[in-house]
Design a protein around this ligand. Structure first.
Ligand code: FAD
Length: 432
């Protein structure tokens, strides 16, 4: 399959977020001197995305959750470019960079995360729209300024997700965290809160629930005086007003709402980034990479993909489109499978490793939180476990410190696998 005559195969990892970073370290650990490894990112630093909601409430400074790449990759002898890809050319085994240069590869691992589809809803998002975002650390820093304005001049808040969104955990987290922070600032009594989501019920999470996340999160919302609208299709935003349609199960519009807000954070739908969008055979109509059970492109046998950029069909039909989340545990298992499959290919063996695609999520509320594990992610499951308590907030802080330390040191370790096994073990002990 390698098309170049270089002595060493060249493995390129495109994207240096949570998935690409883990993949780069793990691949280097597994293949050592047998291949040259290069990471191509569109930025010079790593951002720990799960901590973005904390940045938006000034519980973290942006710099505290970012790590400069160059010294780490230099130390690990991993090539690094921060130019960003303009277009992947998989039929030529090349990547065109944004500066016009071309990079050749023998094997490509695509880990480019999401393109944020704010433009699909008029007035949505931080680029000229009326809502803030926590999807990127720079967005979260802007959201912190908007939050300061809310505290100075309290009024209605809307948190939620747009139709087609797939990442609901951070929306629930952020709603609860805002409630916690506004109570701390003693202005919560002047802030009516509303949660707007395309999910058919609270706690669906794109996973048709995990354990009893429905009761758990509904009860949490009731305790915190947060109202909600489910099956919601957000049609547009203007200054201070969000227009929402509530869709019935037969697809008709059951109600329309013009919701006032002073502050709103709505997660957008995701799609594939422009560098891979619309490449025939590589991506689906939303620009997500189509992979087989070995995380390998169905059309290009030397291309693998992991993380948010992978195409996963929705859990089932819902009145309003709801995507499936791709979280850390699942991403880690995709990395493990790709590493084993690359080693197999270098050994001239067929790839056989498969990702497990489980979900483990810690949703922090600032003063507590909810944790859940879904094994496998798609029901019916062998394990559906959810739990809540103050320990979740602490666990998330520990997780952040652990992960950033791991990145700074360039270490490899299947963290989620260990944590999940521990949690399952504790759960079994508790139920005896
Ligand atoms: C606010 C938020 C909180 C979350 N919290 C959690 C959590 O607590 N636990 C959990 O398990 N999951 C969480 N997730 C879900 C998921 O784990 C994260 O989204 C995770 O960052 C996804 O990893 P990824 O590598 O697929 O994508 P990303 O981390 O988004 O990485 C993609 C990388 O590709 C780069 N890139 C983009 N375009 C180009 C280009 N043209 N050329 C080169 N590089 C490019 C980007 O700069 C980025 O570095 C959260 C998601 C969000 C949005």
């Amino acid at each position: 399959m390698p098309t170049t005559s270089k002595a060493k195969p060249h493995i390129v990892i495109l994207g240096a977020g949570l998935g690409g970073t883990t993949a780069a370290f793990e691949i280097q650990h597994a293949v050592g001197e047998r291949a040259s490894i290069q990471v191509i990112s569109d930025s010079g630093h790593f951002s720990f995305v799960p901590s973005n909601p904390w940045v938006a409430l000034r519980w973290r400074e942006p710099e505290a959750i970012q790590v400069e790449w160059r010294p780490i990759f230099d130390r690990k002898h991993i090539g690094f470019l921060s130019t960003g890809a303009k277009r992947v050319l998989p039929d030529q085994n090349k990547i065109e960079l944004k500066d016009g240069n071309i990079v050749d590869y023998d094997y490509l691992v695509i880990a480019t995360g999401p393109d944020l589809a704010f433009d699909e809803i008029k007035g949505l998002g931080p680029h000229g729209g009326f809502s803030v975002s926590v999807c990127q650390t720079a967005h979260a820093a802007l959201a912190a300024d908007a939050f300061d304005r809310l505290v100075a001049d309290p009024g209605p808040v809307i948190i939620g997700a747009a139709q087609g969104a797939s990442c609901f955990g951070p929306a629930y987290e952020f709603a609860m965290m805002i409630d916690t922070e506004l109570r701390r600032r003693k202005v919560r009594d002047r802030v009516p809160m509303m949660f707007v989501t395309p999910e058919p019920y609270i706690g669906h999470l794109g996973l048709d629930g995990v354990g009893d996340t429905k009761s758990l999160l509904e009860s949490e919302f009731r305790n915190r005086h947060i109202k909600w609208i489910t099956n919601a299709r957000t049609t547009s935003l203007e200054e201070g007003i969000m227009h929402v349609e509530e869709v019935a199960f037969d697809g008709t519009i059951a109600a329309t709402h013009a919701l006032p807000f002073y502050f709103s954070m709505m997660l957008p739908a995701f799609r594939g980034i422009p560098a891979i969008f619309g490449i025939e055979g590589l991506t689906n109509p939303r620009g997500f990479v189509l992979v087989d059970q070995h995380q390998r492109s169905k059309a290009f046998a030397n291309v693998f993909a992991l993380g948010v950029c992978v195409a996963i069909p929705p859990m089932g039909p819902t009145p309003v489109p709801v995507g499936v989340p791709k979280t850390g545990f699942m991403i880690e298992s995709m990395v493990t499978a790709i590493v084993q499959n690359l080693v197999a290919l270098l050994d001239n063996r067929p790839p056989t490793a498969q990702a497990t695609w489980n979900a483990l999520c810690l949703a922090d509320f600032g003063d507590g939180g909810v944790a859940f594990i879904a094994q496998p992610q798609i029901p019916p499951r062998n394990l559906s476990w959810s739990s809540q308590g103050r320990w979740v907030h602490l666990a998330k802080v520990i997780f952040e410190r652990y992960f950033l330390r791991k990145i700074r040191r360039g270490e490899t370790e299947p963290f989620y696998e260990r944590l999940a096994l521990k949690a399952i073990g504790l759960n079994k002990l508790k139920s005896k």
